[in-house]
Design a protein around this ligand. Structure first.
Ligand SMILES: Cc1cc2nc3c(=O)[nH]c(=O)nc-3n(C[C@H](O)[C@H](O)[C@H](O)COP(=O)(O)OP(=O)(O)OC[C@H]3O[C@@H](n4cnc5c(N)ncnc54)[C@H](O)[C@@H]3O)c2cc1C
Length: 559
């Protein structure tokens, strides 16, 4: 048997680097007889990208698996809850009005009399196309509009009546993970890699550090961000740009104070603008917002002006910074003894907040396929195949938002639909969906996006307008009405019983406040808890053949 790896060197201390450090030191060592040394080298001079603050629901599982304390994380990272993404102005209804919908993380599950509820929506509520399926399938739009949190005030960590993800402060998150990593045994080296040494087989044998000299390498995790210093710059792995599929190549980003701090949206917002779209991530303490756009359609100055106008008075005096974004992926995520994690391996515009999720998946696979010093290509081949499938799934889902778009009001939106290439893998799905609605079974990879995710977006675009499905003959209005009654009941119950989002976060944060300082706050909250009605779980409200799709975490899927 080949010699085991005794040291992992992570280069880069952004979100990817510190997630890697905590993940590997915990998963490789917590029950191991012979621990692997985990080192993280981060440059004191090169800043992190400083954005990336919205996640997907699998993040909760990542915290749980690594035995992290949810309420401490929420307090330390000014985190808030995210129940979905609210899309605004991406499409227009049949009267030309902007159509807004929430891509929810939870919804009523199960078929109705053996048929996907979407067929019922299509037949009975969406004959004209461009409909908001979300509100006919999920209580989340109402919960988001009511600014409710996903669990009762006294719920334990990770418990949730609704499936949820988080918004987090990227800078604080890296700091928080750094502390945990070091506590769990990570060796932290604050230094810059100036040079990379290769052996005669082209494997990385050492990195040269500016202050501390030569650092020997067995397995290196490249978390150096867009510069991809080891995988792409040194080992020469080719980059596959996605610019033939997606036009956006720049972003503006800025942090703003809340105008009304207690009115806290439990969702990310994505609002289409003239040459791209604006994200809005509401943290407990501030808002992170930005504009992802195409430099072929806007200069930085034009984009800044448009973005500030969109933000209105809240952005008075704000100076957004420009970030070039390189959309695409390294053709191999693992080459020789180097595995890239984070931006160094690829990036797809953050429309569905998928980059941190890709980091999470990559780390799971590194543990699953952890090599020894032989570095069998069987492991790296499998890893690269999985990584390619994941990128393809996410790329296709993001391209779908544009290529099925209906806006004709600017050159950008027309070009984003007509001047791009639709990947064959996506086109095959889109062709099929004109004949049968998405189910879980025909999705090729299904890591993150379920059939329901496709439905929510495609209905929003009127994609099924004028389509007749074979199922139309077999479904009844009575069954659909009954389903809607259940949904209304569940929604009303949740709205009545779930606490205000800001209040919930304040309560969670108070668990970590110094003992006496927040006594008044705790007393006030305890009083509210005592008066809070007990929540009936949605599943208990429903007819026996309908269950809640997102309970408790819905595996790996968004929905
Ligand atoms: C506009 C935008 C919006 C985004 N929004 C989201 C979102 O909503 N959700 C989401 O999941 N993701 C989002 N992302 C992606 C997310 O920001 C990244 O995936 C995440 O921050 C990880 O970045 P990273 O750690 O790979 O790189 P970085 O943050 O760039 O960190 C790189 C690290 O490498 C170090 N380094 C570089 N060179 C050297 C060297 N020579 N020696 C030593 N150290 C070195 C740097 O010091 C730094 O610590 C967004 C990205 C962009 C650009």
């Amino acid at each position: 048997m080949a010699e085991p790896i005794s040291k992992v060197s992570i280069i880069g201390g952004g979100t990817a680097g510190w997630m890697a450090a905590v993940h590997l030191v915990t998963r490789l060592n917590s029950r191991a007889e012979k621990p692997v040394e985990v080192c993280l080298i981060e440059s004191p001079e090169i800043p992190t990208v400083g954005v990336g603050e919205a996640t997907v629901p699998t993040m909760k599982r990542w915290f749980q698996e690594l035995e992290l304390d949810e309420s401490a994380f929420i307090e330390r990272c000014n985190a808030s809850f995210k129940l979905g993404v609210r899309f605004a102005n991406w499409d227009h209804d049949i009267n030309g009005n902007p159509l807004n919908y929430v891509h929810p993380f939870d919804g009523l599950g199960d078929d109705i009399a053996g048929y996907n509820p979407a067929y019922y929506f299509h037949k009975f509520n969406d004959p004209g196309g461009a409909g908001n399926y979300s509100i006919y399938h999920s209580p989340i739009t109402a919960i988001v509009e009511g600014r409710k949190g996903p669990k009762p005030l006294d719920a334990e960590n990770f418990e949730g009546v609704l499936n949820y993800a988080y918004h987090l402060d990227a800078g604080l998150f890296a700091k928080y993970l750094r502390e945990i990593g070091i506590e769990r045994g990570v060796t932290h080296i604050l230094d810059s890699v100036n040079d990379v040494e290769l052996d005669q087989d082209g494997f990385v044998s050492a990195v040269q550090l500016q202050d501390s000299g030569r650092h020997e390498v067995e397995l290196v995790i490249d978390c150096t961000g867009f510069r991809s210093m080891i995988l792409q710059q040194t080992l020469g792995v080719e980059f596959e740009p996605y610019d033939k599929y997606l036009l956006n190549d720049r972003a503006l980003a800025v942090q703003l104070p809340h105008l009304e701090p207690t009115r806290l949206d439990p969702c990310t917002r994505s609002t289409a603008l003239g040459a791209g779209w604006s994200w809005r991530v509401p943290l407990y303490s501030r808002i992170g917002t930005g504009y992802v756009f195409s430099s072929a359609h806007r200069t930085d100055d034009e984009a800044t002006q448009e973005f500030l106008e969109h933000l209105g008075p809240m952005a008075k005096g704000a100076e957004p910074r420009a970030i070039p974004i390189r959309v695409g992926r390294a053709k191999q995520s693992w080459a020789k003894n180097c595995i890239s994690v984070g931006l160094s391996g690829g990036f797809i515009e953050p429309l569905e907040s998928t980059a941190i999720y890709i980091v999470d998946k990559a780390l799971g696979w590194i543990v699953d396929f952890f090599p020894d010093k032989d570095f069998s290509p069987v492991l790296s081949n499998r890893y690269n195949k999985l990584s390619e499938s994941l990128y393809t799934e996410i790329r296709d889902f993001i391209v779908m938002h544009y290529c099925t778009g209906t806006r004709n009001d600017s050159d950008y939106w027309k070009a984003a639909r007509e001047d791009i290439i639709v990947p064959d893998s996506l086109q095959a799905k889109l062709d099929l969906y004109k004949h049968a609605l998405p189910t879980e079974d025909e999705l090729d990879s299904g890591f993150l996006f379920s059939g329901l995710s496709y439905l929510i977006v495609l209905f929003g675009k009127g994609y099924f307008k004028d389509v007749t499905f074979a199922a139309d003959r077999a479904i009844s209005a009575e069954d659909w009405e009954r389903y809607q009654n259940v949904l209304h009941g569940v929604t009303a119950e949740l709205i009545t019983n779930l606490p205000d989002h800001h209040q919930l976060l304040t309560q969670i944060r108070s668990r970590h406040a110094p003992k006496d300082e927040n006594q008044a706050l705790r007393d006030a909250i305890n009083k509210t808890v005592a008066n809070q009605p007990v929540i009936t779980l949605p599943g208990q409200l429903m007819a026996p053949d309908i269950s809640f799709a997102g309970q408790p975490d819905n595996g790996g899927n968004i929905l």
